[in-house]
Every structure is written in C-alpha cells, then in structure tokens.
Unconditional design. Sequence first.
Length: 318
Amino acid sequence: MGRPPCCDKTGVMKGPWTPEEDIILVSYIQEHGPGNWRAVPTNTGLLRCSKSCRLRWTNYLRPGIKRGNFTHSEEKMIIHLQALLGNRWATIASYLPQRTDNDIKNYWNTHLKKLKKLQAGQEGQSRDGISSTGSQQISRGQWERRLQTDIHMARQALSEALSPEKPNSLLTELKPSSGYEKPAPASLYASSTENIAKLLKGWMRSGPNQSLTNSTTPQNSFNNIAVADSFSSEETINRADENGTELSEAFESLFGFDSSNINFSRSSPDTGLLQDESKPNSSAQVPLSVIERWLFDEGAMEGKEYLSEVTPDENNLF
DNA sequence: AATTTGACCAACCGCATCGCC
DNA sequence: GGGCGATGCGGTTGGTCAAAT
C-alpha cells in the first residue's frame, strides 16, 4: 500500500461532469472501446482521473442503462440477491443487466434497506408478543416454501430481463403501487442516451460549436457507435420528440441504434451487457456459478403462471 | 415567502483484486 | 513468488430539489 490515490494529481477536475466532458468521453470510447482507462484522460485531454472516467461511463453514459423507477420484479430480484449474496452490488447488478451497481446500491440504501428494517422491526415485535406460543413463527416448511417462491420470482424476473424476444419487458412493465413509494414521473425511465440528449440539449443552447472544435472529438465519429441501447431506443426517440424533433434526429444520428450487438447470453448473465466491456471473463463471478445454475435451471417459463399465483402474497417475501 | 428537512443520486475515496513483469 | 500498476468494488459523502413547516 502507500500508493498515492490516482486523483491526487493537481489539475484534475472533480465533481459533476459537464456535457462537453461527456461527449468527449463517449466519443472516445466509441472509437477505442471501453477499457484502458489509464489512457483515457491523456488521449482525450479530459482533466479527469481514469477512475472518474470509468465510473462516469459505467454508471451513466454506457448504453443500455435503465434509469429511474425499479420495477417490482427488479425490486424483488434485488432483495433476493442481496439476501443471498450480501452487499455484492456488482454481482447483483450482473443479474440486472440494465442497472448499474451504483444504482442498485443507492436503491437498496434508500428504499429497500429501510423497508427491510421496518419489516424486521415488525417481525421482532410480533415475535416478542407471541413468544410463548410460537404459533406465528415461520416453520421450516413454510420457510422453504417461501424460499421456493422467491426463487421462482427471481427466475421469472431474470428471464424477463434477459429475454431477447421481449427487450422492453422491464421497461414497459407498470410498477404496481406498493404503498411505500412515491409515484415517479414517467420521465424517470430514461436511457443513457436520453441522459446525454438532455445534456446535449442544454449544451447546444449554450453554443456547441466552440466546445466541440476545441475537443479532440471528430463530430462524425458519432455516426457509428458500436454499442447500442436496445432497451429504450424507441422510447428515447419518442420522448425526445416531445422535447423537439431536432434533438431526437440529432441524437439518433449520434447513436445509430442497433440492438443486434447486444449479447444476452443466458448461460452467462454476468458476462453480458454489464461486464463484457472490460471484464470479459471476470473471475469474480466464479462463486456465482451455483447461483447462476439456481437461477437459470428449469429454463422453462413456468414463471408466468407462477407469478400470478404468487403475487397476492408477495408481502410475505421479506 | 423563507427556512428546514429529507430523499435521491452522482461522484469520490480507499481498499481489494487482478494481471503483468 | 514478490512488486507494482491498473482496474474493480463497496462504503460514504455532498449537492440538488421537493415537500413540509
């Protein structure tokens, strides 16, 4: 140890990223691909440390990121996986290809942790009250049934999330009101491209020309972005239309949507969208093989019926 | 209308791990 | 096998915004 932090250098910017920086970074990654983060600041002229660049890309700019409200399935997935794996957010995120570990972590810390605590408190209270009878304690059999239910739910959510036939299944799924959550505006369902579109919108207003000419970014390099947003491209365009067709057209030309590049490998979810960029064969996933098998076994879509069967009782899942 | 409070989330920090020499 | 640099990961912080007072 004793190594100085990578961001110790003077002249390295911190804090929120500007649209210009985003564009430079996206453009660079588009040309060179993600990875070799060390080289990114020097090659792009960005006054950011490599770490910051990587983080910005993986958490915000990377195509395929779904932002905003978590669906009920996702929520459950997170709860199950967190119970199984603990706070291994990156691993959990690998099972929710559209979500970043940061997103999941934030969601857990702000929503689910609280919820779980509350639940634990209630359970503790009731247990104290009936400790002599024990009649309401979950029997082993009940617990196992519940676990099986959880497993099925998780599988279902995962299958939906990774199903190539239903790329928008998670996106379009309406979040059932669960009582504890504020209804979020629909605009929260945003892709990374939309995020950039927003940024661009503001940035264009303030004068794109000066900015781009100074950067190392050739404008035409936007036309062949390698990775695409397969989940929400249509939605992105539609929503951009609301804000102005000019923007959407400009944006469409920036990111030539092409979902064919995205590989949803069912046999290896963790090397999918999230991981394949810089970590093709991450050994960190090794301990997961059991869970993978657990989640992916019985590939048959029995989940659908099961889902409707179980849903009314979902409050018991915690 | 002004202030306080709380929720949310992007970004930072430091440690762990990986991979190359 | 050990050292070192690069990258990944999880915990935490701090800024912003909306709701409450």
